[in-house]
Design a protein around this ligand. Structure first.
Ligand SMILES: *Cc1c(COP(=O)(O)O)cnc(C)c1O
Length: 214
C-alpha cells in the first residue's frame, strides 16, 4: 500500500489500514496486533463481542463495518470505536442516543451505494448530503467520512471510475464538515484503484489474513 501511495502521488502514510478480521481467529488477530496493526473491522456482532472481550488488554481500535439492524444499535454503540455502515438517519439517531455517556463520541462514516442496485447496502449519492448534515448535529456521533463497497470489477480503470463519484463528493462534503477526514474505500481486490482515487482507509481481509473460514 505504501508503494501505491507513492505511485499515485499520495503523501506518505496518508492511507490507513483497517484489517478486516471477520471469520478470522483470535490468534490471527493477536498476531496482526503484535505486528503493529491497531485497527480491526468486524461485520457480525456476536462474533465481534467475544473477540473484543478476549483482546481487551491490547487496546485495539474496533470498527463495525456490516449491515446494522435497529435492534442491535445499543450493542454497537457500547462496543465499537467506529461504525462505517450508517445508511439511514434512524440508525444514526439510535447510535447517538445509545452511546454511553462516559465514552467519546462514536466515529462514523456514511455508507454510499455506488451501484444503484436496490439490494445493495448504503444510501444513494442523492441522499448522502442530508444524512451527513443530520449526523453532524448528533452529540453522540462524530462524522468522519464516507464508505462504499462497489460491485466487483476486474480492471483498474473500471474500478477507479466506480470510486470517482464518491471521491468527488467526499472532497465537496469536507468543505462543509471539516471533521471529515476518512474516505473508507478499497478492499483486497481493488485497493490500488481506491488509493489512486484518494482512499484514506483501505479495508483488507483476505489480503492480510488469507481465506476466511467457511
Ligand atoms: C469482508 C469485508 C471487507 C474485506 O474484504 P476482502 O475482500 O477480504 O479484503 C471489507 N469491507 C467490508 C465492508 C467487508 O464486509
Amino acid at each position: 500500500m505504501r508503494d501505491f501511495e507513492q505511485r499515485y502521488g499520495r503523501s506518505a502514510n496518508s492511507v490507513r489500514l483497517l484489517a478486516v478480521s471477520k471469520q478470522q481467529s483470535i490468534e490471527k488477530i493477536h498476531e496482526a496486533a503484535q505486528a503493529g496493526v491497531r485497527d480491526f473491522g468486524e461485520n457480525y456482532l456476536q462474533e465481534a463481542e467475544s473477540k473484543i472481550a478476549a483482546l481487551a488488554s491490547l487496546g485495539l481500535c474496533w470498527h463495525f463495518i456490516g449491515p446494522i439492524q435497529s435492534n442491535k444499535t445499543r450493542m454497537i454503540a457500547e462496543l465499537f470505536d467506529w461504525v462505517h455502515s450508517i445508511e439511514r438517519d434512524k440508525i444514526a439517531r439510535r447510535l447517538s442516543e445509545q452511546r454511553p455517556a462516559g465514552m467519546p463520541p462514536l466515529n462514523v462514516c456514511v455508507q454510499v451505494n455506488l451501484s444503484g442496485e436496490k439490494s445493495k447496502s448504503g444510501c444513494t449519492l442523492q441522499d448522502v448530503d442530508a444524512l451527513c448534515d443530520e449526523i453532524a448535529l448528533l452529540s453522540g456521533l462524530k462524522l468522519r467520512g464516507l464508505m462504499a463497497i462497489p460491485a466487483p470489477l476486474d480492471q483498474l480503470d473500471e474500478q477507479r471510475a466506480a470510486f470517482a463519484p464518491l471521491a468527488d463528493r467526499f472532497q465537496r462534503l469536507k468543505r462543509l464538515h471539516p471533521g471529515m477526514d476518512t474516505l473508507s474505500i478499497g478492499m483486497s481486490n481493488d485497493f490500488e484503484a481506491a488509493i489512486a482515487e484518494g482512499s484514506t482507509q483501505i479495508r483488507l481481509g483476505t489480503a492480510i489474513f488469507g481465506a476466511r473460514r467457511a
